[in-house]
Design a binder for this molecule. Structure first.
Ligand code: CUA
Length: 185
């Protein structure tokens, strides 16, 4: 079920991407058509044209280089675990998380430090939020817990300790009581 839905979402993103590319292509085609079919300007404007068109093309080139540079420098890989990849259980500690109104079923509830943990998070009834907090009650990692969908959350705990699992999305009367504990050895 998970793979099928994950694949569907990926296909949708690919379709949106393809449509975007086609639209960009159309805009370029329109610009090209207008450029090719544009007529010579009035003689009165020739001096202005001569003076400013050179500036304009240099300005365009400058903006193009600036835009590309900023894009390349600021675009980093989106820090989300690969939702499609299946890991072997040798590399990852697997923890299954099921959210219910209003409790967590998490197996196992003890993991080792220094080795990545893959949480497979789902919900039995409504949307919940799976949030892992350290002993200072600072959020360490989180993902959605959704019915009918398994979200993967990969996190490596650096050192042992007691972690709290809190629900991050209002899910009804006892939302605040959805607390459990994760032990890292
Ligand atoms: Cu579960 Cu809020």
């Amino acid at each position: 079920m998970f793979n099928k839905q994950g694949g569907g979402k990926f296909k949708m993103i690919s379709t949106v991407y393809a449509i975007t590319l086609v639209c960009i292509g159309l805009v370029i085609a329109v610009f090209y058509y207008v450029f090719v079919n544009s007529k010579e300007a009035d003689p009165d404007y020739q001096s202005i044209i001569k003076k400013w068109y050179g500036v304009r093309s240099k300005w365009f080139l400058f903006l193009l280089v600036l835009g590309l540079t900023v894009s390349v420098l600021t675009t980093t890989p989106f820090p989300t675990p690969d939702q499609k990849k299946e890991y072997s259980s040798d590399d990852y500690q697997n923890v299954t998380v099921d959210a219910h109104q209003w409790y967590w079923i998490m197996t196992p509830s003890t993991v080792k430090a220094g080795q990545p943990v893959e949480f497979k998070v789902s919900a039995a009834d409504v949307n919940h939020g799976f949030g892992i907090y350290d002993e200072h009650m600072e959020l360490v990692a989180q993902t959605q817990a959704m019915p009918g969908y398994t979200n993967k959350l990969i996190h490596t705990f650096d050192k042992p300790g007691k972690f709290k699992i809190l629900c991050l999305e209002y899910c009804g009367l006892a939302h605040h009581a959805m607390i459990t504990e994760l032990t890292v050895e």
